[in-house]
Design a binder for this molecule. Structure first.
Ligand code: ATP
Length: 475
């Protein structure tokens, strides 16, 4: 897979060595480390033939081949590489010609440092996104995962999940932050680990749960402190960002991050720098940030509990993990996996699951998702003695959960008018019973054992009701 632009070098082309030197220094101090220079315009095209670049910064007035000529050639032969013009001429006509020829920006020397860095960063980001769209198209058209081994700890048999994996393969190479969302127990940490492995970053994956960290603790944990920064700070502390240098920092439960810490995280993402407590000197960070939450950040933004500028920065790429009830095809795979693991842990022979079990579990909403399924299976295997794995403990958990669920609020409960609309008149108790039984049988895909558990009655009682419900002539 081709790398995305923010991992590719920048090429500076100018015949003046001091401009090359100062421009390279400015870019490096802004965190853009991989910068190549070329002071001979005749070498540019062969250089482009030998390797790929993320962006080219081109002077216009150079001996041998002019920058404008090069611009035409580059745009024709390498249209995917964006070109920024940097020149002493502020002639409007010339600027228009260059932009028409395909230049991404036109900077007049002497260029303001911030304007220069922002232009290069924006162009790299744009190019990166363009490449990702291209790679995504390629990936989505093919069914194959490039690194299936990375996903092996995530047990699934669902197509939805495979297409999420393909998306992850594409975005993992970029340096942009990634937001992982999903209900509790969907395995967000497994996804963060896969992203780190796919990224090929040489640094470590460092995981921090930010829930419960007040702002001081957040700063100290992430940014570290200088010696003597506060009472008790007898030694300097490096902080986890420095541990994750060249790697990935995974911030779990980001929806619980305090307002003051949100501002600091935004600064880290925007400027790529941070201040250890007690220091006035900013430190640079090249750490890739991945965050996760089971909260609805958009709703939180509406209530001003989460900063929108931070949200938009974080969701440069967004991986959403569907809840287990939306991928019930995963249940048989997860059942097998957890039964084997539980049996190994309890030093028992792995029992075979009852063939009805997957169907029963498929009708359950799993508010705790895979974590809840795992706990159910471990408990059942612990109780298991011989034969097939009993469904009893699953049934009793499901019945208990369903009984504990709050009844629908007055607002959600169908009122007399709603029932009348549904049936054309007010229904009898028998008719309502029939509707319930039919709905449970649908959900259980015709399995009476499962449907009776959903209805909270015995299998025999359901069987009798079904017989009474059957039109005359049916057996
Ligand atoms: N597809 C899966 N395959 C195997 N194990 C899984 C899968 N999904 C989740 N798990 C397991 O379920 C448990 C919960 O996962 P994890 O802690 O990553 O959840 P989470 O999404 O971060 O939840 P929370 O939002 O509550 O923190 C872990 O033991 C994890 O290994």
């Amino acid at each position: 897979m081709a790398p995305v632009c923010d991992n590719l070098p920048v090429l500076l082309v100018d015949d003046e060595p001091n401009i090359l030197f100062s421009s390279r220094t400015i870019l490096r101090s802004a965190g853009i480390r991989d910068v190549e220079t070329c002071d001979d315009s005749r070498l540019v095209m062969s250089l482009l033939g030998s390797r790929n670049f993320g962006v080219i910064i081109l002077d216009l007035f150079m001996p041998h081949i002019s920058g404008q000529e090069l611009l035409f050639d580059i745009c024709r032969k390498y249209p995917h590489i964006p070109v920024l013009i940097m020149t002493a001429s502020d002639e409007l006509e010339l600027a228009v010609q260059c932009m028409k020829a395909g230049a991404h920006d036109y900077l007049v020397k002497p260029v303001d440092k911030t304007r220069f860095v922002t232009s290069v960063q924006r162009t790299l980001e744009l190019c990166s996104l363009r490449n990702e769209v291209h790679l995504l198209k390629e990936q989505l058209l093919s069914d194959q995962l490039e690194h299936p081994e990375v996903f092996s700890p995530i047990i699934t048999g669902s197509k939805k999940m495979t297409s999420i994996f393909r998306y992850m393969e594409v975005i993992s190479c970029s340096r942009q932050p990634i937001l992982i969302t999903g209900e509790t127990g969907t395995g967000k940490e497994l996804f963060a680990t896969a992203i780190h492995q796919l990224s090929g970053l040489s640094g470590k994956l460092v995981c921090v749960n930010v829930a419960g960290l007040d702002d001081n603790l957040f700063s100290d944990t992430l940014f570290g402190h200088e010696r003597g920064a506060f009472t008790g700070a007898e030694r300097a502390r490096a902080g986890l960002i420095s541990q994750a240098a060249g790697g990935t920092l995974f911030l779990d439960e980001i929806g619980d991050l305090r307002e003051a810490s949100q501002v600091k995280l935004l600064r880290l993402l925007q400027e790529g720098e941070y201040y250890p407590i007690g220091s006035d000197v900013p430190r640079k960070s090249d750490t890739r940030v991945v965050v996760a939450t089971n909260k609805n950040l958009q709703q939180m933004m509406g209530k001003e509990l989460f900063r929108s500028d931070l949200y938009y920065r974080l969701c440069a790429h967004h991986v959403h993990i569907p809840p287990l009830r939306e991928r019930t095809e995963d249940i048989p795979f997860l059942l097998d996996y957890f039964i084997t693991r539980a049996a190994r842990e309890f030093k028992k022979k792995a029992p075979a699951p009852n063939p009805e079990l997957s169907r029963l579990l498929g009708s359950y909403a799993f508010p705790g998702n895979v974590r809840e399924l795992q706990a159910m299976v471990y408990d059942a295997v612990a109780r298991h003695q011989s034969g097939v794995l009993s469904m009893d403990s699953f049934k009793s958990i499901i019945c208990r959960e369903q009984a504990e669920q709050a009844p629908p609020s007055d607002q959600d409960r169908p009122d007399a008018e709603g029932l009348r609309n549904l049936f054309g008149r007010f229904p009898t108790l028998k008719e309502m019973n029939n509707v319930l039984v039919t709905a449970a049988m649908d959900l259980a895909k015709g399995n009476q054992g499962v449907a009776s558990t959903l209805l909270g009655i015995s299998r025999q009682a359901l069987n009798q009701r079904l017989k009474r419900q059957a039109p005359a002539g049916d057996s």
